[in-house]
Design a protein around this ligand. Structure first.
Ligand SMILES: Nc1ncnc2c1ncn2[C@@H]1O[C@H](COP(=O)(O)OP(=O)(O)OP(=O)(O)O)[C@@H](O)[C@H]1O
Ligand SMILES: [Mg+2]
Length: 185
C-alpha cells in the first residue's frame, strides 16, 4: 500500500499527491466516493487516444493503486527542466492570451481530436499542463476522465446515434477553451 504524504495540487474532484516511491509519478485520489468510477474511464480513454494524442498525453497508461487514502490512480507526472512540477495551461495564459508556441499545439491537439472522432467534454485549462524541456513548451492533457464513449448513454450502445451530438459538444467545449486562451477557432 502506498502512503501518500506530499500534496501537490487539486482539481474539483481529485487530490494530486507525489508518488512515495516513483519520482516520475503522481497519485490522484478522488475527493468524493463515486469518483472512483472514473478510474476505469480514464484508463480506457488513455488506450483509445494513445496513438492519436501520443505526445500530448502521458507515455504510460494510468493504473489503479491502493493507498492509505483509498484507491488512487497512478499517473505519469510532468516536470520541467528545473525539476519543478509542470504548471497548468491557465498559468501560461497572460491576460487571457497564450503564446504562439502553445497556440499552435492547441490547434493541432484540437484538430487530432476532431479528425479521429475522439470526444471529450472537459477542456478546462487546468486539465492541461505545459512541460518545459530544453527551453521548449510542450502541451500535455492530464485529465482524460471526460472521455465520452463511456458516458451513461453509451452503455446503452447508442454511440453511433449519439456521435453527431458528441462531436458537437466536443467542438463547443474546444471553442470555449480557445476563447479562454484568447484564440480564434
Ligand atoms: N500528471 C500530472 N503532472 C503534473 N501535475 C498534475 C498531473 N496531474 C494533475 N496535476 C495537477 O493536479 C491538478 C488536479 O488534477 P486533475 O485535473 O486530474 O484533477 P480533477 O479534480 O480530476 O480535475 P477537474 O476539476 O477537472 O475534475 C491539475 O490541475 C494539475 O495542477
Ligand atoms: Mg481536472
Amino acid at each position: 500500500m502506498l502512503i501518500l504524504t506530499d500534496f501537490l495540487g487539486k482539481g474539483s474532484s481529485r487530490l494530486c499527491f507525489k508518488h512515495p516511491t516513483e519520482a516520475k509519478k503522481v497519485v490522484k485520489i478522488p475527493s468524493r466516493f463515486k469518483e472512483a468510477d472514473t478510474f476505469d474511464r480514464e484508463i480506457r480513454a488513455f488506450y483509445a487516444a494513445q496513438s492519436v494524442l501520443n505526445d500530448f498525453i502521458a507515455r504510460n497508461a494510468p493504473r489503479v493503486v491502493d493507498t492509505n487514502l483509498g484507491k488512487g490512480l497512478e499517473c505519469d507526472a510532468f516536470f520541467d527542466d528545473d525539476g519543478s512540477l509542470s504548471k497548468t495551461l491557465g498559468h501560461y495564459s497572460e491576460n487571457g492570451r497564450i503564446c504562439s508556441e502553445l497556440a499552435e499545439q492547441l490547434d493541432f491537439f484540437a484538430y487530432n481530436l476532431m479528425a479521429h472522432d475522439l470526444f471529450f467534454y472537459d477542456f478546462n485549462p487546468n486539465n492541461f499542463v505545459v512541460q518545459i524541456t530544453n527551453g521548449k513548451k510542450r502541451l500535455k492533457y492530464i485529465d482524460m476522465k471526460s472521455f465520452c464513449r463511456y458516458k451513461g448513454w453509451c452503455f446503452l450502445k447508442l454511440e453511433n446515434i449519439c456521435a453527431p451530438l458528441a462531436r458537437l459538444l466536443t467542438k463547443r467545449r474546444l471553442k470555449k477553451l480557445f476563447r479562454l486562451c484568447g484564440l480564434k477557432c
